[in-house]
Design a protein around this ligand. Sequence first.
Ligand SMILES: [Zn+2]
Length: 443
Amino acid sequence: METLMIFVEEHIRFEILAVIWLLYIWELYLSLRQRKLMDKLVTVPSSLDGLMSAEVYKKARLYALDRNAYSNIHDLYSTIINTVLILTFAFHYYWKWGIMLIEALGASGDNEILASAGCLVVMSTVSFIVDFPFKAYNVFVIEERHGFNKQTTKFFIRDQALKFLISQLIGPPFLCGLIWIVKNGGDYFFLFVWLFVVVVTLFMSVVYPEVIAPLFDKYSPLPEGELKTKIEALAASLNFPLYKLYIVEGSKRSSHSNAYLYGFYKNKRIVLFDTLVKEFCKNDKNDDNKESGCEVDEVLAILAHELGHWKYSHTLQGLMLAQISFIMNFIPFAKLINYAPMYVAFGFTNSQPIFIGLIIVTMYILTPLNTLFGFLMTVNSRRFEFQADAFGKKLGHASALKRALVKLQKDNLAYPLFDKLYSGWHHNHPPLLERLEALDKVD
Ligand SMILES: [Zn+2]
């Protein structure tokens, strides 16, 4: 029995490591295909005539090559760390340190719920430290080199510390609730966990934009003017329940631009990044690139696209897909929760903590299934983007939307040409040329 057990647990470990490395090799293969394409296209290809100047193309290409190298190295680093964690039974130590932490705070080490919270604090602290150099390198070397970084060292450290602190305030209590339900929920605990997760998600989507997001960035109401009047008229023409209209000072962080909608039912908000709107880009004294940002009609076209997402209930559909993903993870977890070899494989020979089982099942054993599901979500998201573009076109914003897309591509120095396989696997937004082509198509 003993030898059989060791055989099974070695087998589990071997399979998990094989999946981790196969996935790494697959991602690297795609990334190198994309790199080869960019290496070859040194000068602007004719497919970009009139869309991108030679100078912008050159900048975008160098930026993309830098990002490509960065992500290859980062992926290798993460894969090696992950392998080391598994080979050294690191989760067993995390669990022990978690117990030491709660005992130091005066709680009993036998309390599995509190021990799980302690373990989560230990794990997230380690992963924060391990990833910190990469975050800093990304902001202060890569983004800086290509002119996007607006953060000072002080801003960056405060930002990272605040993010870490807030995740410590939210994560552990949530986990305690979850573990309590698993322990007390009987055979169908996953149904109660599901309900709990839905309630917490809804609660967070109310609390996050009102309480948490303003801690990081300054949100102000969009000032009176042509843009505001026109956005309100667009929203009213579609019966969109626009509750508030904000402009966020994204320029303190980075000069990348964006816009989004959020909120429940009758309380919708629209948020514009100041870097998106030409009028507000000019106000940015640190920005020497006066030409960036979109005109009023282009911002409206982008919002018409965003309103397409609302009209077709894309957010709600996304939420439904997240529920499917949840069930897909929790039913196998419920089946495997008492499967001893799985715990032994991670160094737990005489205890089976629920939190550890949850990590092993959802983060390791189900990786192939979750990766496949993620890919289907990506494909679906591209479909949503085309639908939202078509909605904007139906409202008469096609030409402004095309101009806006070209401008955003330029302002963000986004490289526009892709290897088919790379793009198909990674892009949740279709590439620029495909979107322009779709907008040009006669209905
Ligand atoms: Zn979209």
